[in-house]
Design a protein around this ligand. Sequence first.
Ligand SMILES: [Mn+2]
Length: 426
Amino acid sequence: MKIQKEQISDYNKNGLESHNESFDFLANKLTKEGHDVTSIVSKLADFQVAIPSWALGAGGTRFGRFSFYGEPSSLEQKIEDVGVLHALTQTAGAVSLHIPWDVPSDYNAIKELANGLDIKFDAVNSNTFQDQKNAKESYKYGSLSNTSEAVRQQAIQHNLDVINIGNKLGSKALTVWLSDGSCFPGQNNFQTAFQNTQDSLKDIYKGVPDDWKLLIEYKPYEPNFYSTVIQDWGASLMLANECGEKAFTLVDLGHHLPNSNIEQIVSILQLKGKLGGFHFNDSKYGDDDLTVGSIKPYALFLIFNELVYGMENNPQNPDLAWMIDASHNVKDPLEDLIQSLEAIQEAYAKALLIDQNALKAAQSNNDVVKCQEILQGAYRTDVRPLLEKARLNRGGVLSPINAYRALDIRGGLIKERGKNTIATGL
Ligand SMILES: [Mn+2]
């Protein structure tokens, strides 16, 4: 399925007048306050977030998975789904592949398809948390940290294979997330597990091309519930530093213990030039992988405040790889992703409204109340007309969710693919 330009312009006709009214009102107000509205809108239009190939089918938990009608059952169909998201939102211009779930069979055809939909290949993700078909060794007791050298070698080789696959597609980063750890005290020697992981990562790093990044993700628990080898940003940063200048820490919002100050983590990593990537989702309790912005939108805004500050003040930190890493048991996956994309753009737009000079002055004067007023003043602004404008400027729709429903895209996908298709993934 491919959305045609005429469908989009036809759909937009009805809402255009009302959009112009609300945009002009907001733009006038912001201009009077000293904001450069054109620059904000163009920053929003340029901001692209990668869609993970595993988020396009129905989500699930370890208790069960309820299929969703018209799921993509091949990599081609997954990329077409990202194309639908990008055509509507104009902010999903990349896909992040999970290997081995999504190994292309015809590289040129896949690249051509993605190219035609204006989609780039973002970071590739390795998988050593499951045993692969016909694999000689098992990851039951860990991969890069395993006590067995044969297991570690197999896991290292898998990561090198993933780099090779990504290279053929034009990816520029490898994301490593390990489930390695232990379920019970005494099961692992912490130092041995960490040292093995470090040595394995250094072997992988040798295969990272010069213009690539190695992104090291951390997570405090699950599936191991006593210890995780790369448990937090400190462990990830130590490993990235050991590997070298192409290695960075990747922050996943759901990979923290409750109430962790993620904005502070993000800030300090940028100061040190070591924040490489970002996985968006939301969480009430743990790694819930809920729709971005559905639970703690203010926390997301505070994180974006630090990201915007870092992007403007930390040239030592590279451009970030942005990706959604969420799941959902009860929603149409594409609608869920549209909501996530909207929440990300909204938090970014609000963070761009923070008057950094005024904030700095208030901080210097220890005017705590003023500091809060500045942040919350930006947060309380309804920035949706700016998002609409950014989408319109790039040829997207005024309201992606409403357009998705009005164009009956899921109905079209079911017609094309049938009802009972199943996407690869967990
Ligand atoms: Mn993640």
